[in-house]
Design a protein around this ligand. Structure first.
Ligand SMILES: Cc1cc2nc3c(=O)[nH]c(=O)nc-3n(C[C@H](O)[C@H](O)[C@H](O)COP(=O)(O)O)c2cc1C
Length: 184
């Protein structure tokens, strides 16, 4: 697309990694919007042992994992992370924190010297400590201003909401943010 061609001059697409965790696909939708603008490699984080389907059980498991600092094993392996200069990291807010699998990802992959750009969606309670934790887990990276927007409310049976009109709105928000960061 045109926007992608324009971006090529700013960010070399082969230097961009977009990695994300998404359970009900809101973050996936945002990741795809970012990808349309900057290109690069788009990777969904998958777990060796996926979380349960049931929302409440998952909330309880995540709370325990956050308490104990448990880092779930990832099925997704990034080959040669060194090849990337810019890493977008996308995640929902879980228990007002960075989801454990994203903690696993940042622990297991050395992003020092790279530009790290977080993006988030949540049920309306904000990013919590998640952006701060990204900073703490990437002490030697350049962290740019993150993006956040309201996603679904799984508790109330509201799953993917970034579709239709809401997707158009989020597309505009994402574009504005990327322009502000000077990456497009
Ligand atoms: C285990 C779990 C915990 C959550 N905790 C929060 C929270 O603390 N604050 C909040 O605003 N939303 C919370 N949510 C809602 C998600 O952040 C929100 O639905 C988000 O848009 C989901 O993104 P996804 O569709 O990419 O999975 C939680 C969802 C799950 C599954």
């Amino acid at each position: 697309t045109d926007s992608r061609a324009t971006v090529a001059a700013t960010l070399a697409p082969d230097k961009v990694l977009i990695v994300y965790l998404s359970r009900t696909n809101n973050i996936k939708a945002i990741a795809e919007i970012i990808h349309k603008h900057v290109g690069g490699k788009l990777v969904a984080l998958e777990l060796v042992t996926p979380y349960p389907q049931d929302y409440r059980t998952t909330v309880e498991q995540v709370a325990r994992e956050n308490e104990t600092g448990f880092l779930p094993a990832l099925k997704t392996k990034i080959d040669s992370i060194q090849q990337y200069d810019v890493v977008f990291v996308g995640f929902p807010t879980w228990g007002m924190q960075l989801p454990p699998p994203v903690k696993s990802f940042l622990r297991q992959n050395d992003l020092s010297g790279k530009t790290v750009i977080p993006f988030n969606s949540n049920a309306g309670y904000g990013v919590g400590s998640s952006f701060q934790t990204v900073k703490e887990l990437c002490p030697d990276s350049k962290i740019l201003e993150g993006f956040t927007t309201k996603g679904g409310v799984e508790r109330d049976g509201q799953y993917l909401v970034i579709k239709g009109q809401r997707a158009d709105e989020v597309k505009r928000e994402v574009k504005k943010w990327l322009q502000k960061l000077n990456v497009i």
